[in-house]
Design a binder for this molecule. Structure first.
Ligand code: DGY
Length: 320
């Protein structure tokens, strides 16, 4: 059999490349900057498999450039960068990387929650600005998490892993999800399912852990923020466009909600200029899965999906 040509459109950890090389002939973009479209399309012209990263947009134009394509293996759990219906119509398999980034992303969400409620970003900025300061009884008081309610929107693996961490900090958990999670998991996490309005109206912290789709576009808009408590904290480690970022700037500036912590942005990598000057928001650059171990596991799982596709055992984590 002729060896399949596998194109990797973004820089990924070497173990992923090594594993892919057991399945076919690999061409990999190996620079930090995004691959220019003309180079990408020249490689796609005779690609059988493609390994993508979340900044690739796999749309009709991409697929048209790749007439032989059989599988798109995304190195991310989210696959909103891929037009899955268009792939299915062309009988192209799509895979993602669930599971392996659950702990890293939940750790980051917990870290953001602590940063924002204990005002750690503000504290860092104070020291780094070399502003004179001294300890004060009322200096930079935040709020504790013990006895507070965390409302999790999207109770998949990452939502559950965040709930586990938040329970250890003494928080109570409510969640909103299309389906109830297994009752054993609900019991273990002492988590109660409720509707979105109740979650928004009663939670001290609202965490977004759902996938992005047409249904969740601007799920948190001006009205949703008005439903939230005016001391509530919003944490987003899912996808930027779930939040109406302009409405968030307005809500944070006018006291409609208390604070926010964002790992993802509506027009990533742009960040709404109105967020930059606000002290009640923590901003980090999409670091949810950014550990050496996790990124290696993601690349390896994507590569296993391609290997499984060609050796007949099948991809481990198909999407379509
Ligand atoms: C994903 O895999 O979808 C994450 O956003 C990457 O950090």
């Amino acid at each position: 059999m002729i060896s399949p040509k596998i194109v990797v459109t973004g820089k990924i950890p070497q173990p992923g490349i090594d594993l892919l090389s057991t399945a076919g002939e690999v061409w990999a973009w190996n620079q930090d900057d995004p691959i220019p479209h003309e180079i990408r399309d020249a490689q796609l012209a005779n690609a059988d498999a493609v390994v993508t990263i979340l900044t690739d947009t796999v749309d009709d134009a991409f697929l048209t450039a790749a007439p032989n394509l059989k599988i798109v293996a995304n190195v991310a759990v989210g696959y909103n960068n891929i037009d899955v219906d268009a792939c299915t119509r062309r009988e192209i398999m799509v895979t993602n990387t669930p599971g392996v980034l659950t702990d890293a992303t939940a750790d980051l969400a917990m870290g953001l929650l602590l940063m924002v409620t204990r005002r750690l970003g503000e504290g860092e900025r104070l020291i780094r600005s070399e502003t004179p300061w001294k300890w004060g009884m009322f200096m930079m008081l935040g709020s504790g998490l013990q006895g507070r309610q965390l409302g999790i929107i999207g109770m998949g693996g990452i939502g559950q892993a965040l709930a586990l961490r938040a329970r250890a900090f003494g928080m109570s958990i409510v969640y909103h999800n299309r389906n109830a999670v297994d009752s054993k998991i609900e019991q273990a996490l002492d988590a109660r399912r409720c509707d979105l309005d109740e979650l928004l109206a009663t939670s001290d912290v609202v965490s977004l852990n759902c996938p992005y789709s047409e249904d969740t576009h601007h799920l948190i808009d001006a009205e949703a923020m008005r439903t939230m408590r005016n001391d509530a904290v919003l944490v987003n480690t899912a996808r930027g466009p779930i939040v109406d970022e302009a409405a968030l700037v307005e809500a944070l500036s006018t006291g409609v909600i208390g604070a926010a912590a964002l790992d993802v942005f509506e027009h990533e990598p742009e960040v709404h200029p109105g967020l930059i000057g606000l002290d009640n928001v923590v901003l980090v650059p999409h670091l949810g899965s950014a550990t050496v171990e996790t990124r290696t596991a993601m690349a390896t799982l994507a590569a296993r999906n391609v290997v499984g596709f060609y050796d007949g055992t099948g991809p481990l984590t198909p999407v379509n």
